[in-house]
Design a protein around this ligand. Structure first.
Ligand SMILES: [Zn+2]
Ligand SMILES: [Zn+2]
Length: 119
């Protein structure tokens, strides 16, 4: 093998290696972007067109943290946790057992556990 051909082979190898390195970097970035998108779809963007309030772990129509009307009704009934600013009957901080009770309603409807509420 002449010196020149040897050099050519080394340059060729380097080229292949850098091309692979480049490709790997691009695909990692793509995966990261896909992941972020999936995360956004997984409930961090709160839409109010579904039955369930993902954010608070109760049916949307009775969510005292999303609906000012529900909140006012609950306050009228004295069903209010002033400490956590939500209906007492939906305060999972004071009544952790309620979370499971609401979750059971979701599970009965969809056959799976609801997404973890944000607290
Ligand atoms: Zn809500
Ligand atoms: Zn509370």
């Amino acid at each position: 093998m002449t010196m020149l051909r040897k050099l050519g082979a080394v340059v060729g190898l380097l080229f292949v290696a850098s091309a692979i390195g480049c490709g790997a970097a691009v695909s990692t970035a793509t995966v990261a972007a896909d992941h972020a998108e999936a995360k956004a779809k997984a409930g961090h963007v709160h839409t109010h067109d579904s039955w369930w309030c993902d954010e608070h772990g109760v049916p949307e129509e009775m969510c005292g943290q999303c609906s000012a009307k529900v909140a006012a009704d609950c306050q009228k009934k004295g069903d209010w946790c002033a400490q956590h600013d939500r209906p007492d009957s939906q305060c999972f901080l004071c009544h952790p057992e309620l979370e499971a009770r609401f979750a059971a309603r979701y599970e009965a409807k969809y056959g799976k556990k609801p997404p973890q509420p944000e607290g």
